[in-house]
Design a protein around this ligand. Structure first.
Ligand code: ATP
Length: 532
C-alpha cells in the first residue's frame, strides 16, 4: 500500500481534473478561490458516500448500547433561516476567527491556523532551538525554506522528528514576533489578531440594509434544532432519537486550501442525537465508537484514521467532551487532520433557541415531556414534585458532524495509488467497489463478429441495477487504463470465445487477474462484490 507521505497532492488534483472528478469553479473566468465543481465522476463518488451515510444513519442505524433499536429520522431544512437563529446559536457573536495580517506582503491568515513550531534536533543540540511557521493542517515544505540552507543536512537526516507547535493566538507577544509569514517568509511582521466573522451574508428581498440581512448557514445543525419540536409533534419519535441532515454549508474561510479540504462552500453530514441528560455520557461514548467504525466501512486503512479526544482547553464552554475522527492526509502526514467531530453539546442548543423573556427570543419552548418516565415513577411511588421535575427536561445532544466533501477527499487520497510499473495508467484509484463511481466497464474486444451486440445487451441489463459503462472506443489496453484511473474495479470483455462458450473475461483492477465467468453469473458476481 502506498503511504500517505508518498502521495503527491498536485498529481492527485491533476488526475481529478483530467478524469472528471473535481474542477475549479468558474474555471473559464479564472476560477474563484475556495469553490469547486464536482464533475460527473466526483458527483457519483460523493453521492455514493452520501447514500451510504444516510443508509447507516437513517435507514439502518447501529443497534444501541443496550441492544435497543435506535431511531433517527431525516430532514432537509432551508439554507437561509431567520437571522435570529444565528444570534441565538452564538454564530453572530462567536463564530469569529482571529485574523492576522502580514505587514510585509499584506497576506491574511487565520491566527489559529498558523503554528509556531519549535524544532528540536535531539542528535544535534548545537543547533539550539529553531522556530518555523506552518499552517496548522499543512506542515508546508515552504515553511522550511529559509531554514533549509542552515539545517538541510540535519533536517533530512531527522525527518522523523516531531515538532512542538501551538496555535499562535495563544502565543505570547514575544513568540508572535518569531512567526514567519508562510507567503513572503518575513519574520515578526504580523499584526495583533483581530476577529472576523466566518458567515457569508445575503439580502433576501428587494432592500439591501442591515434589517434585511440574512446568512448562508455555516453548518446544517441549527436547522435541525429549529425543527426539534416539529419532528417531535409530527413523527412517532421519543427521546432518545436523532435527526440527520445532509446539505451545503458556507464559511468565509480566510485561507481556503488543500484542494477541497477547506473550501468556502462545502457539504456536511450531521446528526443531532437527543437523549436524557443522565444517559448522555453513555450515548457520547456510543457515537464516538460507532462513527470511527463507520469510516472504516468506506475502505479506509485503520492506520490512516485516528480518534483524537479534545483537551479541556479546546472544549466549548457548554461541551463536556469532544472527539475528532482524523485522517492522515498526504498534506498533514505524518500527522492527521479533521474529518469529523463528535461533540457532547449538553442542553446548549435547545436552550439557546427556547422561548425567553426577550421579544427577540423564539416563542417555543424546546423541551421534552417523558411520559413513560412519568408513569414509571408513579408506579414506583415517587413523590409528585420529583416526578414533575424529572419527567420534563431539555434533552442533551450528541452531535456527530462530518464533511461530505472532505470525505470525498479522504476516499480520493486513500484510493490514489501511483503505478509506475503498469503499462498505460500512471495511477490507479483503488476505491472499495461499493463507492467506485463506475462499478464495471463493459467492452466488446473488437467492434465486429457479434461482440458489440452481446456487450450492448449485457450493458442494457446491468445498467438497470448498477452504474456501468459501455466502451468500444480505442484499444482494449487504453480502455482498461482509463477504467483503472477512474477506479472502476471490474471490466467485462466480450471476446471471440463468448460466442461459443457464453463466457466473458472479468479483469480485476488491483490484481490485473483475468478469469472467465458465464454471462448469466455476472449479476450475482457484482451483487456479491458490491455488498462487501
Ligand atoms: P476545522 O477545524 O477543520 O475548521 P471545524 O471544527 O470548524 O473544522 P465543524 O464545525 O466541526 O468543523 O464541522 C464539521 C465538519 O465539517 C468538519 O469535521 C469538516 O469535515 C467539515 N468542514 C468544516 N469546515 C469545512 C470547510 N471549510 N471545508 C470543507 N469541510 C469543512
Amino acid at each position: 500500500m502506498t503511504r500517505p507521505e508518498e502521495k503527491n497532492m498536485d498529481e492527485l488534483v491533476a488526475l481529478c481534473k483530467r478524469r472528471g472528478f473535481v474542477y475549479p469553479a468558474s474555471e473559464i473566468y479564472g476560477g474563484i478561490r475556495g469553490f469547486w465543481d464536482y464533475g460527473p465522476l466526483g458527483t457519483a463518488l460523493k453521492n455514493n458516500i452520501r447514500d451510504w451515510w444516510w443508509h447507516c444513519m437513517v435507514e439502518c442505524p447501529p443497534i444501541g448500547p443496550d441492544g435497543e433499536v435506535v431511531s433517527i429520522v431525516g430532514l432537509d431544512s432551508a439554507i437561509i433561516q431567520n437571522p435570529k437563529t444565528w444570534i441565538h446559536s452564538g454564530h453572530v457573536g462567536g463564530f469569529n476567527d482571529p485574523l492576522v495580517d502580514c505587514k510585509a506582503c499584506n497576506a491574511r491568515f487565520r491566527a489559529d491556523h498558523l503554528k509556531l513550531f519549535k524544532v528540536n534536533f535531539p542528535e544535534n543540540q548545537s543547533l539550539g532551538e529553531i522556530y518555523v511557521t506552518a499552517m496548522a493542517d499543512h506542515l508546508d515544505e515552504k515553511a522550511w525554506s529559509s531554514f533549509e540552507k542552515k539545517i538541510r543536512k540535519v533536517f533530512e537526516a531527522n525527518r522523523s522528528y516531531v515538532a512542538e507547535g501551538s496555535p499562535s493566538n495563544q502565543l505570547s507577544e514575544n513568540d508572535r514576533l518569531k512567526l514567519r509569514c508562510p507567503n513572503c517568509d518575513t519574520e515578526g511582521k504580523f499584526t495583533e489578531p483581530k476577529t472576523f466573522n466566518l458567515m457569508l451574508d445575503t439580502y433576501p428581498g428587494p432592500i439591501r440594509d442591515e434589517d434585511n440581512k440574512a446568512y448562508l448557514r455555516p453548518e446544517t445543525a441549527q436547522g435541525i434544532f429549529l425543527n426539534f419540536k416539529n419532528v417531535l409533534d409530527t413523527m412517532r419519535v421519543k427521546v432518545p432519537f436523532g435527526i440527520a441532515q445532509i446539505g451545503k454549508s458556507f464559511r468565509n474561510e480566510v485561507t481556503p486550501r488543500n484542494f477541497i479540504f477547506r473550501s468556502r462552500e462545502f457539504e456536511q453530514m450531521e446528526m443531532e442525537f437527543f437523549c436524557p441528560p443522565d444517559e448522555s455520557q453513555q450515548w457520547y461514548e456510543f457515537w464516538r465508537n460507532e462513527r470511527y467504525k463507520w469510516w472504516l466501512t468506506l475502505g479506509i486503512a485503520e492506520e490512516n484514521l485516528i480518534l483524537r479526544d479534545h483537551g479541556s482547553d479546546e472544549l466549548a464552554h457548554y461541551s463536556s467532551a469532544c472527539v475528532d475522527v482524523e485522517y492522515k492526509y498526504p498534506f498533514t502526514a505524518p500527522g492527521y487532520g479533521e474529518l469529523e467531530g463528535v461533540a457532547h453539546r449538553g442542553a446548549y442548543d435547545l436552550t439557546a433557541h427556547s422561548k425567553g423573556d426577550n421579544n427577540k427570543d423564539s416563542n417555543t419552548k424546546l423541551d421534552y415531556f417523558d411520559q413513560e418516565l412519568q408513569v414509571k415513577m408513579q408506579n414506583e411511588g415517587v413523590d409528585k414534585e420529583t416526578i414533575r421535575e424529572k419527567s420534563r427536561y431539555v434533552p442533551h445532544v450528541i452531535e456527530p458532524a462530518s464533511g461530505l466533501t472532505r470525505a470525498v477527499l479522504v476516499l480520493l487520497c486513500e484510493a490514489f495509488t501511483p503505478t509506475p510499473e503498469r503499462e498505460g495508467s500512471k495511477y490507479i484509484l483503488k476505491f472499495k467497489p461499493k463507492f467506485a463511481p463506475i462499478k464495471a466497464g463493459i467492452f466488446p474486444l473488437v467492434n465486429k463478429d457479434g461482440m458489440p451486440e452481446i456487450a450492448t445487451k449485457l450493458y442494457m441489463d446491468l445498467r438497470r441495477k448498477y452504474a456501468v459503462e459501455y466502451d468500444a472506443k480505442q484499444s482494449i489496453g487504453k480502455r482498461y487504463a482509463r477504467m483503472d484511473e477512474v477506479g472502476t474495479p471490474f471490466c467485462f470483455t466480450i471476446d471471440g470465445d463468448t460466442l461459443t462458450t457464453g463466457t466473458v473475461t472479468v479483469r480485476d483492477r488491483d490484481t490485473l487477474a483475468q478469469e472467465r465467468i458465464a454471462l448469466d453469473k455476472i449479476d450475482a458476481f457484482l451483487a456479491a462484490k458490491l455488498s462487501q
